[in-house]
Design a binder for this molecule. Structure first.
Ligand code: GLC
Length: 653
C-alpha cells in the first residue's frame, strides 16, 4: 500500500469538492505534460480559493442549477490556463506568493501612458525604457491596447476584439515580449480590461444585432421607452454633453440597449453566466501573456438595479471575487485594480470589506485624495481635506491605493456634501468654485483648464488639463513648479502606488492641437493626453530647464520613497486635525518608524509646533526629501515655506 504525500491528499480533497460536477479536471491537469509538483500546487490553490469562488457565485446565482455548472466550468478554465502557463510565469507566481505585499512596498512607483502617444507602438515602448527607469518606474500602465472599433472609440475603451492587439501597436506576441522585457527590468505591466461594455461592433454585439437570442442576452436590451424611463429616473449621466442618457435606440435590435458611456459602448449583462465565462477566459489569457495587473475599467457600473444609480451594487464585488478566485488558482501573480471613480464612502469597498475582505481587487484609485489635492491648492486651505480624508473608513490591510495627481480622465469634483457641510461650506458651492478656479474663470486663478461635460441639470462642470497647465506653469513657473512637486509629494507618501501621468514628469502643458485628430474633436480630455515630447525629454537631466526641474523632482521623490521603509503601504495613514489651515500633516506609523508628511498648500510661510513631532514619536526629525535636520525659527516654531513638502523621519543613525 502506498501512502499519499500531504499535497496529494490536498489535491484529492480539492478534486473531491468537484465530484459529481462532470468536471474534467483530471483530464486537464493530470495530463502527461504536468509534473507531479505542478499538479499538487494546483490542488493546493484549488483547495485554498474554491470557497472564494463558490461563495461569490452563490451571491450572484442563488439557483444551484445555474451555479454548479458555472463553478465547474470556471475551475476547468483555471486548470487549463494553469497547465498552459509558461515556466517563467510559474516562477513569477512563486515569487509573488513569497512576497504578498509586493504592491505595498515603497519601491513601487508607477507611470501611465498611451502606447502610441509615448512611443508609437509596443516595440517602441521597449526602446524607451531608459526614460522610465531613470524616473524610478517599477509599474507601467499602458492605456487600452486591445483592438477597438474603428473611428471614435473613447481612447480604446470600446473594444471590438479582446484577443487582438490594436494593429498599429503590434501583435499579441509583441505584448508578450514587452511584458517579458519589462519584467526583466523590474517593471510590472498593467493593462486595461474593459469589463462594463464592448463596442457595438464586437462580435457579441454584432450577433445580438442579427437577432441571435444567445447574444442578445449578453446585453441589457429594453423593449420600450417606459422600461428605459423607469431606470433613468435614478440614473446619473456620465457624458451628459456628448452622450446624454444611458440608453441608445438600436434599429438592428429594434430595441433600446444600455449604454452608460457613449452610444457605441454597449453595457454587458453580468447577470448572464456566459459573460462571466467569457471574461474568465479573457483574463486568464492575458495573465498568461505576462500581464501582472489588470485595470478593471468602469467596474462600478457592472450591476444594474432598478431604483438605484446602478453603481457600486453588492454584486459588483461578488463578480470581482469570482474572477479573482479563478485568477488566483491559475496565476496568483496577477493583481486586480479597480477603476471605480466613486464617492469617498463607496470607494474602500473596492479593496475588499466585509465578506469580500482580501478577495477582490488589490488596488483602487484614490479618487478622493486626488480631488482633495486639487481642492487644497485652489483654496490654499486644508480644512475640507482634513475632514474628508479623516472620514474615510480604514483601508483594508491587503489593499493598496493607486495615488495620483492626474490621469487620462477629467477631474470630477467628488466632494461629499456631508464633508462640506461639516466645515461650513456647501458641496455645490465648493464644486462650483473648483470648476471656476481650474477653468481659469475665478479672479486670481493661475489655472488653464478646460470645462468637460458641463451639466446644466446638476451644475457639475468637470475639468480637463495637464498638471502643469492646471497648476499655472505658463503663468508663474516658479510657484507652479513648487505646486507640481508638492502635489506629487503628497500622493507619493500617502500609502499606495503613486502613478505619474505621461507628460507630467516633464511639465508638459495642454496640447493646443487636441481637437485636430479625427474622433477627438468633442472630447477635450485629449488636451491632457499629449504625445510625449521627446525633444523636451532630452533636457530631463538639465536643472536649468522646466522639464529638468520637474523630472528631477519626481525622480527624487521616487528615489527617496524607495529608501523609506516607513512608506510601506500597510502603515495606517492619519491626517492631523488641529493644524494651521494651510498645512496638511500626514502621520504614518510603521514598525520601522514614524513618518510625518508636512505640506504647506498656501503661498505664504506657515508654522507647525515642533513638540508635536516628538509627541508622534520622532526624536530627531529629519527631512528625508530635503536631506537635512529641521531647524526651528521665530517663536520656536517650524516654518514651512510656501508650497513646502517635508517628509519627516528620524535622522539616519
Ligand atoms: C473609464 C475610463 C474612461 C472611459 C470610461 C468608459 O472611466 O477611465 O476614460 O471613458 O471608463 O470606458
Amino acid at each position: 500500500m502506498t501512502t499519499m504525500s500531504a499535497p496529494a491528499e490536498v489535491h484529492a480533497a480539492a478534486a473531491a469538492r468537484l465530484e459529481g460536477s462532470a468536471l474534467g479536471l483530471d483530464a486537464v491537469i493530470a495530463g502527461p505534460g504536468l509534473s507531479r509538483e505542478r499538479r499538487d500546487a494546483f490542488g493546493l490553490r484549488l483547495d485554498r480559493f474554491y470557497d472564494d469562488l463558490a461563495s461569490a457565485l452563490a451571491e450572484i446565482h442563488p439557483d444551484p442549477e445555474v451555479r454548479a455548472p458555472l463553478t465547474a466550468r470556471m475551475v476547468e478554465l483555471a486548470a487549463a490556463a494553469y497547465a498552459e502557463r509558461a515556466d517563467e510565469l510559474h516562477t513569477l507566481d512563486a515569487r509573488r506568493l513569497l512576497t504578498p505585499d509586493w504592491l505595498q512596498q515603497p519601491r513601487m512607483f508607477g507611470y501611465a501612458c498611451y502606447t502610441e502617444r509615448f512611443a508609437d507602438d509596443l516595440r517602441g515602448v521597449a526602446a524607451r525604457l531608459d526614460h522610465l527607469e531613470e524616473l524610478g518606474v517599477t509599474y507601467l500602465h499602458l492605456m487600452p491596447l486591445l483592438q477597438p472599433r474603428e473611428g471614435d472609440n473613447d481612447g480604446g475603451y470600446a473594444v471590438q476584439d479582446y484577443r487582438a492587439v490594436r494593429s498599429d501597436l503590434g501583435t499579441m506576441d509583441d505584448l508578450r515580449d514587452l511584458a517579458t522585457t519589462l519584467r526583466g527590468r523590474g517593471i510590472s505591466l498593467c493593462m486595461d480590461l474593459v469589463v462594463n461594455h464592448v463596442a457595438r461592433e464586437h462580435e457579441w454585439a454584432a450577433r445580438a444585432r442579427t437577432g441571435d437570442e444567445r447574444y442578445r442576452d449578453y446585453f441589457h436590451v429594453l423593449p420600450d421607452r417606459a422600461a428605459v424611463e423607469a431606470y433613468e429616473q435614478t440614473l446619473p449621466e456620465v457624458f451628459p454633453d456628448f452622450a446624454p442618457g444611458s440608453f441608445t435606440w438600436d434599429d438592428d435590435l429594434d430595441a433600446w440597449v444600455w449604454t452608460t458611456f457613449n452610444e457605441f459602448q454597449w453595457d454587458l449583462n453580468w447577470a448572464n453566466p456566459a459573460v462571466l465565462l467569457e471574461f474568465t477566459e479573457i483574463i486568464l489569457g492575458l495573465a498568461n501573456l505576462g500581464v501582472e495587473v489588470l485595470r478593471l475599467d468602469a467596474i462600478a457600473f457592472l450591476w444594474k438595479r432598478l431604483g438605484t444609480d446602478c453603481q457600486n451594487q453588492p454584486e459588483v464585488h461578488a463578480i470581482t471575487q469570482a474572477l479573482r478566485a479563478v485568477t488566483r488558482m491559475a496565476a496568483p501573480a496577477v493583481a486586480f485594480k479597480a477603476e471605480a471613480i466613486v464617492g469617498p464612502r463607496d470607494l474602500v469597498q473596492y479593496l475588499g470589506t466585509g465578506r469580500h475582505a482580501g478577495r477582490v481587487s488589490d488596488l483602487a484609485y484614490h479618487n478622493s485624495l486626488m480631488v482633495q489635492v486639487w481642492s487644497m491648492l485652489a483654496a490654499r486651505n486644508t480644512v475640507l481635506a482634513r475632514q474628508a480624508l479623516r472620514a474615510l473608513p480604514a483601508t483594508p490591510a491587503t489593499g493598496t491605493w493607486i495615488t495620483y495627481v492626474r490621469c487620462h480622465d477629467d477631474i470630477g469634483w467628488a466632494i461629499d456634501d456631508r464633508d462640506a457641510y461639516a466645515v461650513g461650506v456647501t458641496g455645490q458651492g465648493h464644486r462650483a468654485f473648483l470648476s471656476d478656479w481650474y477653468s481659469g474663470e475665478f479672479p486670481g486663478s493661475w489655472a488653464d483648464g478646460l470645462v468637460f461635460q458641463a451639466n446644466p441639470a446638476t451644475g457639475d462642470r468637470r475639468i480637463s488639463g495637464t498638471a502643469a497647465s492646471l497648476l499655472g506653469l505658463e503663468t508663474d513657473p516658479d510657484a507652479a513648479l513648487a505646486r507640481i512637486l508638492l502635489a506629487h509629494a503628497v500622493v507619493a507618501a500617502w500609502g499606495g502606488i503613486p502613478v505619474v501621468w505621461s507628460g507630467d514628469e516633464l511639465g508638459q502643458p495642454n496640447d493646443p492641437g487636441w481637437a485636430s485628430e479625427p474622433g477627438h474633436e468633442d472630447d477635450n480630455r485629449w488636451a491632457h493626453r499629449p504625445r510625449l515630447d521627446w525633444t523636451r525629454a532630452a533636457s530631463r537631466d538639465d536643472p536649468d530647464t522646466v522639464a529638468g526641474r520637474v523630472f528631477g523632482g519626481l525622480r527624487h521623490l521616487a528615489a527617496v520613497r524607495a529608501r523609506l521603509p516607513q512608506l510601506h503601504a500597510s502603515a495606517d495613514t492619519e491626517v492631523l486635525q488641529d493644524t494651521d489651515d494651510g498645512v496638511l500633516a500626514v502621520v504614518r506609523q510603521h514598525a520601522s518608524g514614524t513618518f510625518v508628511g508636512l505640506y504647506n498648500v498656501s503661498d505664504q510661510a506657515r508654522s507647525f509646533e515642533p513638540h508635536r513631532l516628538h509627541d508622534l514619536g520622532l526624536t530627531a526629525p529629519y527631512d528625508a526629501l530635503g536631506g537635512h535636520p529641521l531647524a526651528t525659527g521665530s517663536m520656536g516654531l517650524l516654518w514651512l515655506p510656501p508650497y513646502a513638502a517635508w517628509w519627516l523621519v528620524d535622522a539616519p543613525g
